[in-house]
Write a protein that binds this ligand. Structure first.
Ligand code: SF4
Ligand code: SF4
Length: 189
């Protein structure tokens, strides 16, 4: 015991003044030290640098995910957990949309096909699904923004006619958009 104490004391005496050592760093969370460069942990990957590369990759993907939602002018969609609790809306949705989370994800990445297929242009923005969202996201606002963007993309010819036709034939276009959609399908047929 005395030997251990002596060797600890010796080690402390040998440290350069002001130097930071791994064991001196305060923990901010279990396993995460405040002053380390991104990560010093090498046991998750084969080497420390491989681990860092993996962590940077994850951080870059997250940044892209957030960036897309901001660029697509629907930043609230970042907060969607994709938990699908909103599917509990069921018959409270007056137009029978079954997969609200699909519309949220479609809005995040501006996926017009996914939005149309899941009845995005059928939504009347009543807000009934909002109370089922664990994040209480403003779903009518998210869907409304994506509806405007979808119509705009259709006008600019960015959505293949077959996609719009498919939604039209399945009755997935509501009264507010039906005239313009019919015109679009007639004009280009
Ligand atoms: S806001 Fe749209 S998806 Fe939600 S319940 Fe109303 S019609 Fe259905
Ligand atoms: S309940 Fe809310 S957070 Fe969960 S998937 Fe639906 S919209 Fe996203």
């Amino acid at each position: 015991m005395e030997n251990i104490k002596q060797s600890q004391k010796k080690l402390e005496e040998e440290k350069p003044i002001g130097a930071r050592f791994e064991e001196d760093q305060p923990y901010v969370m279990p396993g995460i030290r405040r002053f380390q460069f991104f990560t010093n942990v090498d046991d998750r990957a084969l080497t420390i640098n491989l681990n860092r590369a993996a962590m940077f990759g994850i951080a870059a993907m997250l940044a892209i995910d957030v960036g897309k939602a901001v660029v697509n002018k629907n930043p609230q969609t970042i907060y969607c957990y994709e938990c699908r609790a909103c599917y509990g809306t069921q018959d409270k949705c007056p137009v029978g949309i079954a997969f609200q989370a699909e519309l949220v994800v479609a809005a995040r990445v501006a996926d017009y096909n996914r939005f149309l297929r899941n009845g995005g242009l059928k939504c009347i923005r009543c807000g009934n699904c909002q109370s089922f969202c664990v994040q209480y996201l403003n779903l009518p606002q998210i869907f409304g923004t994506m509806q405007i963007q979808t119509m705009e993309a259709m006008r600019r010819g960015k959505i293949p006619k077959s996609m719009v036709k498919n939604a039209f034939e399945k009755g997935l276009i509501n009264q507010a958009f039906i005239d313009e959609v019919s015109e679009f399908l007639t004009e280009r047929s």
